[in-house]
Design a protein around this ligand. Structure first.
Ligand code: ADP
Ligand code: MG
Length: 469
């Protein structure tokens, strides 16, 4: 094979890919992984990148390849594949070579390009939707108590010939696996029914497509396209709450598809009833299908996920470290993955084994952030103690200022210090409405501005609670 000279254009494309990646993964990770890479050639649609070590190659292939590929082909359509080679391209380096195709070939579901789709179906799905992440498959999803219902419902939908429930509505906090499950459904469907058009995209993207269609006066095309897909998956629909015309359009698309017996899958960070700014008739349609939630992870699930990810990375994680991570990084799966990646990367870069001590060191900032997370119950208790009232008054209907004010402060702090939504906070305060919580948050903010003593009280409590853990 002859080497092709690197043209300035290719270099330019590569630096654009790099700058996107830097934004995406942050400076530190970029310096570790992307700095040492260089482009060697682009030949017959395959871009070849070289890295200094085998470990780096595996890491890049496992963690960044789909993104690099997607970015590159967005810049230059003729680049359809990216391969990563170890070394400087002299013979020998070639032996240790992995391409996206090779890396994913073992798992056909994980490789959308290996799935034969009729060209036109694939094109429609790609034009309308977003690319699927090849790692987000059912095989790679660890099932535990908090997600077993959502997982089972997703599997049913993926395997069914006619929609078992329509829509399937998945909801839960960030990083708990909604997007992963949606991609898994889409991968499966495309694999089993290559000639069906399966379109996945975020609600945000749906909105921008719609706005563009309006501007270009192509709404008829837009409607036709979306109403003729076989399966439509829209992620993060909370985004279009309050965006009336987009909601309207989604509602009609939704009705048209459901009427034709096409499956719709939606996700959001809250249940349909808790999303503010969503029209009632849309809510009621959403509630018509199956609503499945993903709960916060448990210790067991986190352990399971760590074991599975460590296996995928081919690293041996000491039991103590696994337990430590599962115990300490309890926020969500995305952070847990990030923590594991950091620990592994560090150990490989400095060439020392993973230990509890180094893990603590490498993760000190993350650990602090996770420690700082308090629960609403803790906040209620601390605030009640501080003002010398009963914890029960946090839930009671009493309106006397002596209890109402501390209750408002506790609501304010719950909003500030936890990731709970307003409706969730309301429920924890004796089933109050989210507008009550909103009012409390506003009130405490106002009082703090005008009353120095009050502001200090709140700040003191905030700091005391911030130190918990
Ligand atoms: P969400 O869309 O709910 O914010 P994601 O689906 O993006 O969350 O998940 C965040 C990350 O955690 C992804 O990399 C995903 O693969 C991973 N993840 C979440 N849940 C699981 C699980 N049960 N098993 C394996 N990986 C998971
Ligand atoms: Mg998501």
């Amino acid at each position: 094979m002859t080497e092709v000279q690197i043209s300035p254009a290719i270099d330019g494309e590569w630096s654009q890919v790099c700058s996107h990646m830097r934004d995406e993964i942050g400076d530190a990770a970029f310096e570790s992984w992307f700095k040492p890479m260089s482009v060697r050639s682009v030949e017959q649609g395959v871009a070849n990148i070289s890295v200094p070590t085998r470990f780096m190659r595996d890491w890049v292939v496992n963690n960044y390849l789909p993104q690099i590929q997607a970015l590159w082909s967005a810049l230059n359509k003729s680049v359809t594949d990216v391969e990563v080679t170890v070394g400087n391209g002299q013979s020998g380096g070639i032996l240790a070579r992995a391409t996206a195709r090779n890396a994913q070939a073992a798992n056909p579901i994980a490789n959308p390009s290996a799935i034969s789709q009729t060209a036109s179906q694939a094109r429609t799905a790609e034009q309308l939707g977003a690319q699927l992440d090849p790692r987000y498959t059912f095989d790679n999803f660890v099932v535990g108590k908090p997600n077993e219902f959502a997982h089972a419902a997703s599997k049913r939908v993926a395997e069914a010939d006619i929609p078992p429930f329509n829509p399937l509505f998945l909801y839960g906090g960030v990083g708990l696996g909604k997007t992963h499950l949606m991609h898994a459904i889409a991968h499966h469907m495309r694999q089993v029914h290559p000639n069906r058009t399966v379109v996945y995209l975020s609600a945000e993207k749906f909105m921008y497509r719609f706005i563009r269609a309006l501007r270009e006066q192509k709404t008829v095309d837009f409607k036709d396209q979306f109403r003729s897909v076989d399966m439509l998956l829209i992620d993060d629909v909370q985004f279009i709450a309050g965006k009336d015309s987009t909601q309207e359009e989604l509602f009609h698309t939704f009705n048209a598809l459901v009427d034709q017996g096409r499956q719709i899958v939606l996700s959001a960070d809250k249940s349909p009833s808790d999303i503010e700014g969503l029209e009632d008739r849309l809510k009621s349609r959403l509630n018509h299908g199956l609503v499945a939630d993903l709960h916060a992870t448990t210790y067991e699930l986190r352990l399971g996920i760590l074991l599975s990810k460590a296996e995928q990375l081919h690293v041996e994680l000491p039991t103590k470290v696994t337990e430590f991570l599962a115990h300490k990084i309890s926020s969500n799966v995305r952070e847990l993955e990030g923590a594991l990646n950091r620990v592994v990367a560090h150990s490989q870069l400095v060439g020392r084994p993973i230990t509890l001590e180094t893990s603590q060191e490498v993760l000190h900032d993350l650990l602090r952030a996770n420690d700082r997370r308090v629960t609403i119950e803790e906040i209620q208790k601390k605030v009640a103690e501080h003002f010398n009232i009963r914890v029960a008054d946090m839930h009671s209907a009493r309106r006397a200022r002596s209890v109402a004010r501390p209750r408002q402060i506790a609501m304010f702090l719950s909003k500030q210090l936890t990731s709970r939504s307003l409706p969730e906070i309301g429920r924890k305060f004796g089933g109050r409405d989210h507008t009550t919580v909103m009012h409390a948050v506003k009130k405490v903010g106002e009082l703090s501005l005008h009353d120095q003593d009050f502001a200090e009280d709140v700040e003191l409590l905030r700091r005391m609670l911030g130190g918990v853990g």
